[in-house]
Design a binder for this molecule. Structure first.
Ligand code: UDP
Length: 497
């Protein structure tokens, strides 16, 4: 640098909803605290999504830069640039294809450096886009990895992909320890999703994850969307695994969800922050419906942006909910047997179900205003696939979790919630899990009823801690605010001539 102070951060998120949303939140958060210029670089269709999500005043300071990408060049269907548009096996192809963004990203950073008269302060790249580390070196800047997952889940996922410990199991053995984790932590083979169970280091998934995770492990430090006091054990293992600074700077959630009393107020306008998506129901209708229900009485069911369950499992959920008589909001997606964009088909649900539960439940097609629902005081339990964003959205509002991990690092998230945080019950595991209506009724009753008291209290406490971590007031700086300042001090000192 030529003595100019560097005030520009370039970001590269992975092309998935669960990554774009926290990257955008991180960009806003850093900008608000530092007034640095931020550029987020992504592919054309993801850029369009970000542009719509950004169309509010406070986001004007975030620049968007397009990285050319053509899915069909990589053997993917045309115009599929986000995991949401793809089947799980195509996601590995998208992963591999994302490495092609390295060259245009390099050009972009060079252009920014020319325009600014100095290289960016740092490149913040997704844990899946390890190649950004090589670009940072070429451009004489620092690379920081951002994991949109939690510390425990990220550490477990990374260590499993890097070491494939389950391949060392002897016949008959079903549990293994995780390299880098305390010996007391045992993973059961049923907690590995299909791709990793079958991985041997030569398949597309292994090749993608192993190469990118290795590079991300060689960056200068990691940002993690979690909080020190919420994930003590997870942060310890992640630091131990990486031997790098890890700054827990989360949970990155809209401000209205981080107010001490958000669970008892009506957080309006959250939906507009997801303006990039069409909702299957208007947020206000959802909120009005919730208003009519007693406090902490409603079960919310959503499997995130890319996962679905089997038709038979949907039928079991429906029957179980109906038997329980409990109120619910359920995001209905095509079951895995169907193309993910097909219109609703009656056979996904029991005969006459919708009419019978008309006053008991809300069925939302495709995409729900999840934040409004979780922040509403009537929501009492969240049946979730344990995607990290969903978990933080729910737990920050004190909502206990009914876990059904389906993919990625979700089974480790669920494990931590059950064993460490004690805020969850696992109802099912993976797509092959057997689910009965009785099980659904039983677990829902457990979590909402007398027996669930302690997990409800624990969830409430975690929520308080999460909010405190992000509190930024005269006389009080939460741990995640301090960690952000430490991160800024670190990159700033590295950039000094
Ligand atoms: N989401 C939403 N409406 C839905 C489903 C998901 O707004 O109907 C949002 C949810 O609030 C979360 C994100 O999509 O922010 C999903 O991220 P997560 O990490 O939970 O799971 P992923 O989609 O990455 O598996």
């Amino acid at each position: 640098s030529k003595g100019r102070s560097r005030r520009h951060i370039v970001m590269a998120p992975f092309m998935a909803q669960g990554h774009l949303i926290p990257f955008l939140a991180l960009a806003n958060h850093i900008h608000k605290r530092t007034a640095f210029t931020i550029t987020i670089a992504t592919t054309p269709l993801n850029l369009k999504y970000l542009r719509r999500a950004l169309s509010r005043d406070m986001d004007r300071a975030i620049n968007l830069a397009e990285l050319p990408f053509s899915s069909s060049h990589h053997g993917l269907p045309p115009d599929t640039e986000n995991t949401e548009a793809l089947t799980l096996s195509q996601v590995a192809v998208l992963g591999m294809a994302s490495t092609s963004l390295k060259a245009p990203f390099h050009e972009l950073v060079k252009k920014i450096a020319r325009e600014d008269g100095a290289p960016p302060l740092c490149i913040i790249s997704d844990v899946f886009l390890g190649w950004a580390n090589e670009v940072a070196k070429l451009c004489d800047t620092v690379n920081i990895t951002f994991t949109t997952g939690g510390a425990y889940g990220t550490a477990a996922y990374a260590t499993v992909w890097q070491n494939l410990p389950h391949r060392k199991l002897k016949p008959g053995e079903e549990e293994f320890s995780l390299p880098g984790f305390p010996d007391s932590v045992k993973v059961h083979v049923s907690q590995l999703h299909q791709f990793i169970r079958e991985a041997d280091g030569t398949d597309v998934w292994s090749r993608f994850f192993q190469s990118q995770l290795k590079l991300s492990g060689e960056s200068h430090g990691w940002l993690c969307n979690t909080a020190e006091e919420v994930e003590k054990c997870g942060l310890e293992v992640l630091r131990n695994y990486l031997k790098l600074p890890v700054w827990p700077i989360g949970p990155l959630l809209p401000e209205s969800m981080l107010k001490p009393q958000s669970g008892t107020t009506r957080p309006m306008g959250l939906a507009t922050q997801r303006a990039g998506k069409e909702y299957g129901i208007s947020p206000s209708r959802c909120v009005n419906w919730l208003d009519s229900k007693p406090e902490r009485s409603v079960v919310f069911i959503s499997f995130g942006s890319q996962n679905s369950i089997k038709q038979s499992q949907m039928l079991a959920i429906a029957a179980g909910l109906e038997q329980s008589g409990r109120s619910f909001i359920w995001v209905i997606r095509p079951p895995v047997e169907f193309d993910r964009n097909v219109e609703f088909r009656p056979e996904w649900l029991p005969d006459g179900f919708e009419e019978r539960v008309a006053s008991q439940g809300l069925l939302v097609r495709q995409w729900a205003p999840q934040l409004e629902i979780l922040a509403h005081k009537s929501t009492g339990a969240f049946l979730s696939h344990c995607g990290w964003n969903s978990l933080m959205e729910g737990l920050s509002q004190g909502v206990p979790i009914i876990g059904w991990p389906l993919a990625a690092e979700q089974s480790y998230n669920s494990k931590m919630l059950v064993e460490e945080m004690r805020v969850a019950v696992e109802i099912c595991r993976g797509l092959d899990g057997v689910l009965t209506a009785e099980k659904v009724t039983g677990v829902v009753e457990m979590v909402l009823g007398e027996e669930g008291r302690s997990i409800r209290v624990n969830a409430e406490e975690i929520g308080v801690k999460m909010k405190a971590a992000m509190r930024d007031e005269e006389g009080f700086e939460g741990s995640s605010i301090k960690a952000l300042d430490e991160f800024v001090a670190y990159v700033t000192s590295r950039a000094e001539p």
